[in-house]
Design a protein around this ligand. Structure first.
Ligand SMILES: [Zn+2]
Length: 323
């Protein structure tokens, strides 16, 4: 069951977040930078190990659109005579199980891959999907991050540069339409939000919106300040997502339960706004980070939202950084 595996991952990753947030070991001793690096590195490897074992769950949505869950971010698949379109590529170790799941939907070859942003849990599989025949489409900032070694400070991890085959060859700055399988996919740049290269993908005929990592369903989100993300951009993106959907729209989050809706999306937006206000108030009072974390500005939300990779303390730190 992927639920159990997610819980396992959540417990392991909890340790990473503590390490990343405080530089402190479980027993209270401080880690040297190289120890912290080794720990974080191990956990990125653990995410890969987890994906290597996780089954891929298929959720059929509407028309020819499905979601594959279990390899990094949620992967949407559009099937049809022009070949499959993947939204995000998951983690490479899942390749055989992703292929099996995709083949269970239809025999169409994979012809397009759209990256919601550059992060490895969404783009690690780019190389093999390109080898399958997929043209890779993304925001123009995505190749910039993939072409060089990129350090994500909050994960204390430097991702190596990607092979050329993994780098998107069709890019855009504001929006783009992909006309495929009798569907006009609408790709739209959010502006800086979770990173500086987040895009949404709308399937207008099926009334489905894939939000990438601007939306984490029922869990605190990560915000990658190292590559241009910030809390105010996350809120702006959440506002844009709420404004663009109706009560009938199927909303796909980057992480969390993959079939969501306007009500859950709105609750997520409200959570971001409330915590940002709480943290900003404390910071404006001159409270340093550690005091702000100790004041527990996320407390009323923690039981629901604090149960996954991004812990309440870590999320407080991410918000504090941007207000
Ligand atoms: Zn991400």
């Amino acid at each position: 069951m992927s639920f159990i595996q997610h819980r396992t991952l959540s417990r392991r990753a909890f340790c990473l977040c503590c390490v990343a947030a405080t530089g402190c070991t479980a027993t209270g001793g401080w880690l040297s930078p190289s120890q912290a690096y080794a720990k974080a590195r191990n956990t990125v490897d653990l995410i890969r190990d987890d994906a290597a074992k996780a089954p891929i769950q298929v959720h059929k949505l509407r028309r020819d659109v499905s979601v594959l869950e279990g390899s990094g971010g949620n992967i949407a698949v559009l099937t049809g005579a022009d070949g499959k379109v993947f939204i995000d590529a998951g983690i490479t170790v899942s390749r055989p199980r992703i292929l099996e799941a995709a083949n269970s939907l239809s025999p169409d070859p994979i012809r397009h891959l759209i990256n919601t942003h550059w992060h490895f849990d969404h783009a690690d599989g780019n190389t093999w999907l390109n080898a399958e025949g997929a043209v890779i489409i993304a925001h123009e900032n995505t190749p910039k991050h993939l072409l060089v070694a990129r350090r994500v400070e909050d994960w204390d991890y430097t991702f190596p540069s990607s092979p050329l085959a993994a780098v998107p060859t069709e890019v855009f700055s504001l929006d783009m339409t992909v006309d495929v399988n009798r569907s006009k996919l609408a790709l739209k740049y959010y502006g800086p939000a979770h990173t500086d290269c987040d895009i949404s993908i709308t399937f207008p005929e099926a009334d489905i919106l894939h939000c990438g990592d601007t939306y984490w369903n029922g869990i605190y989100p990560f915000i990658d300040y190292s590559t241009g993300g910030n809390i105010d951009g996350m809120i702006k993106a959440a506002e844009a997502n709420v404004a663009t959907v109706t009560d009938k729209t199927v909303v796909i989050p980057g992480h969390g339960q993959p079939v969501s809706n306007k009500a859950e999306l709105t609750e997520y937006r409200d959570m971001l706004v409330a915590i940002r206000a709480n943290v900003a108030k404390l910071k404006q009072q001159g409270r340093p980070l550690e005091d702000t974390i100790a004041a527990k500005p996320t407390a009323t939300f923690d039981a629901k939202w604090g149960q996954f990779v991004i812990t309440p303390d870590f999320f407080t730190r991410l918000v504090y950084h941007g207000v």
